[in-house]
Design a protein. Structure first.
Length: 83
């Protein structure tokens, strides 16, 4: 992975986290934490897709997987969020 690919990965992960925060009820945890969760969600989503044998699909599919992974992580994190 080159430097440009890494930067694109971080930016898309941050956007995925932001979008997942908008999708989830309550808005998540703020931009920075949502961005970090988006990056981790992209990694987790990609790993799960690989386990399911559904690799590839292009950047749009990878972005949607990252949003879904981030939304899932935001949901799980919200279970432990203090009110």
């Amino acid at each position: 992975m080159g430097v440009i690919d890494f930067i694109v990965f971080i930016v898309l992960g941050a956007l995925a986290g932001w979008l997942a925060g908008k999708i989830m009820r309550g808005g998540g945890f703020g931009f920075i934490v949502n961005a970090i969760i988006g990056i981790v969600g992209g990694i987790v989503g990609g790993w799960l897709m690989g386990l399911a044998g559904l690799e590839g699909g292009g950047k749009v599919v990878n972005f949607l997987v990252a949003v879904a992974g981030a939304a899932l992580l935001l949901f799980v994190a919200s279970l432990f969020k203090r009110k």
